[in-house]
Design a protein around this ligand. Structure first.
Ligand code: HEC
Length: 127
């Protein structure tokens, strides 16, 4: 039989209390270092290892005017399309082909997924 004397009981209790305190501190110890999926997606959208998508497509993917210029004496505008209502397939395809105006990015599928999540869910432009 295991015999635990009073001193050992006291020690175990102390250890137990420290352990509980540690568990209680866990969320604040680890929680603050992590950013949410939404924060990550938004960060990537404005800093995707290249020119931020927001610079052309607007803060929420709503689209926008990039520049006004003259073409053969006529006023013309260069616009970036609204990208909040695209299918996932179309979004992925666009991110993997070269464009005339839009730069080519070299993003992983996971990163493109985050960007898609951001413009189609988080921004709520058309909702
Ligand atoms: C320099 C401006 C510019 C930047 C920066 C830019 N885009 Fe674009 N994007 C455009 C333009 C303009 C088009 C229309 C196609 C073209 O002419 O290049 C376009 C097209 C697209 C399309 C296809 C839209 C459709 O209807 O099929 C998607 C998706 C897209 N951009 C997403 C992004 C994402 C995500 C980023 C950031 C990683 C980004 N763009 C950065 C200008 C830009």
């Amino acid at each position: 039989m295991v015999d635990i004397n009073e001193d050992e009981k006291f020690e175990m209790k102390g250890f137990f209390i420290v352990f509980i305190l540690f568990l209680m501190a866990m969320p604040s110890l680890f929680g603050e270092d992590f950013i949410t999926q939404k924060e990550y997606a938004q960060m990537l959208y404005s800093n995707p290892r290249g020119i931020g998508c927001n610079k052309c497509h607007g803060e929420k993917g709503e689209g926008g005017i990039i520049a006004h210029y003259l073409q053969k004496g006529k006023k013309a505008t260069l616009e970036a399309p609204n990208i909040t209502q695209l299918s996932k397939a179309r979004f992925f395809k666009a991110m993997n082909i070269p464009h005339k105006v839009m730069p080519t990015y070299f993003l992983t599928a996971q990163e493109v997924n985050s960007l898609y999540y951001y413009v189609s869910n988080v921004s709520n432009v058309n909702k």
